[in-house]
Design a protein. Structure first.
Length: 130
């Protein structure tokens, strides 16, 4: 089942979905405009997928919908790129919240192409309370 994601995810061409397992995932098929001059996926696209997935995991934990604005603000990200992807490849991103505090949340996310791990990231978010 697909759901509406953030405006940025929509702009990238990604979609939010649930496959029956726990949590929300993101799917994106790499297009030529997602590539660097060498014709492989641009690192910023994959970093954005990881960021979006981590944010979705926080929203899910808070009971928010994927398109809702959450009370979190990304303050740090660390991404390791492990393999490449090319136009036509479909990537899937998923994340989990490692710790949710009142002021800070920690999450990790990964992107796969089939069974191949493409990238992994760790994220720190500041929680903003009104």
């Amino acid at each position: 089942m697909t759901e509406k994601g953030s405006a940025f995810l929509d702009l990238m061409g990604g979609e939010v979905f649930r496959d029956g397992s726990q949590g929300v995932k993101i799917r994106l098929t790499i297009e030529p405009h997602h590539t660097n001059p060498r014709g492989v996926m641009h690192g910023g696209v994959v970093a954005s997928l990881l960021d979006e997935a981590a944010a979705l995991a926080i929203k899910e934990l808070l009971g928010l919908r994927p398109q809702d604005s959450g009370p979190h603000l990304l303050v740090e990200m660390n991404v390791s790129f492990l393999a490449a992807a090319r136009p036509g490849d479909t990537l899937e991103a998923e994340a989990s919240v490692l710790r949710m505090g009142r002021r800070v949340a920690f999450a990790e996310a990964q992107v796969h192409r089939g069974k191949t791990l493409i990238a992994k990231g760790r994220f720190t978010f500041v929680m903003q309370h009104d």
